[in-house]
Design a protein around this ligand. Sequence first.
Ligand SMILES: *Cc1c(COP(=O)(O)O)cnc(C)c1O
Length: 397
Amino acid sequence: MEAKKRLQAGTKSVWAGEKEYLVHGATQVPVVHSVAYNYDDIDEWYEVAIGKRKGHIYGRNTNPTVQSFEDKVKILEHAEAATSFSTGMAAISNSLLTILKPGDRVVSIKDTYGGTNKIFSEFLPRLNIEVELVETGNHEEMEREIAKGCNLVYLETPTNPTVKITDIVRITKAAKKVGALVFVDNTFATPINQNPLTLGVDLVIHSATKFLGGHADALGGVVCGSESLVKDIYHYREINGATMDPMAAYLILRGMKTLKLRVEKQQENAMKVAQFLEDHEKIEQVYYPGLQTHTNHEIAKKQMKGFGGMLSFALKGELDAVRQFLPKLEYAHRAANLGAVETTVGPARTTSHVENTPEERAALGIPEGLVRYSAGIEDIDDLLNDLKQALDEIKSH
Ligand SMILES: *Cc1c(COP(=O)(O)O)cnc(C)c1O
């Protein structure tokens, strides 16, 4: 057990959470598609059903392949427990609805993921839950709002798409003072770069669709935290039904074996792309927490092991320039996804913030000419050459 604790993230990515689920001497976790489980002994069946004995009853509750995935993430996030979902949004909504009730108050930031933002602006207010969204990165304002009293502080760092950073330790301290829980969406950082639970946070959330899976072929979500909090969230999910599919669990589990390798390569590429773009005459601004020029570079350095594979940049000439530039990229999918082995790009207005109006995006500090760039694992020279030729295609005004 002690030896296990000292294991590093790369080794955990490969080995953690699998042993218990291997059968027939197989070296890989099987995909168990069975919906239900047979018991010849009805007393044993009953004991499993009431949780007195280990085992599986029905696929909406638990599944061995899905549990193996949960165990791997749990160990990577230094958590007591983890439970999974059909998508990242299901993980977020189910976790919120497990703990919140009418009359509660939530403090969060303005530029959470678009879907999360919609839960805050559209669905929670319907339940008479008050949501206060503060300027991302304005720690003083956030502390003031938290001090007024709240039940939950919800963070996402780095954010999507302008990769803003919030100081997790500082905000968690403020939350604890008023007895609020703290949730952190750790999708962009991945467990390789950031473990919010070790910084005092109560729940870590991932869209497993992105970096965890890494191959853009399976949807999933997962949350990690204390035994008691995760048990409550699991209960909400088993009844409400946003269960992860065993095939998705298998694909993401397989993808996770290379998580550290991929993230290291992606952030190495992201850094070089950011540096290249920063010096380019057709670029207005580059957003990457690894750059000295990033507003919260120092906080990122303090709480992250690496700066991640996500960046964004604003082209001079706004949307017109984006229209000319994006189709010319050869080695990038123009798609509403991120964290995959292939470089993936898209304008914020069709990806992370498609649900918002141009006015709302402007208020959020998202220029119409903003391009989100998820660095893949390609060779950097090819990515830079590709960017260079595509930028050359933009006709100056
Ligand atoms: C994609 C994403 C989500 C939502 O995940 P889905 O799997 O698409 O439901 C949540 N948070 C962040 C930061 C994301 O990038």
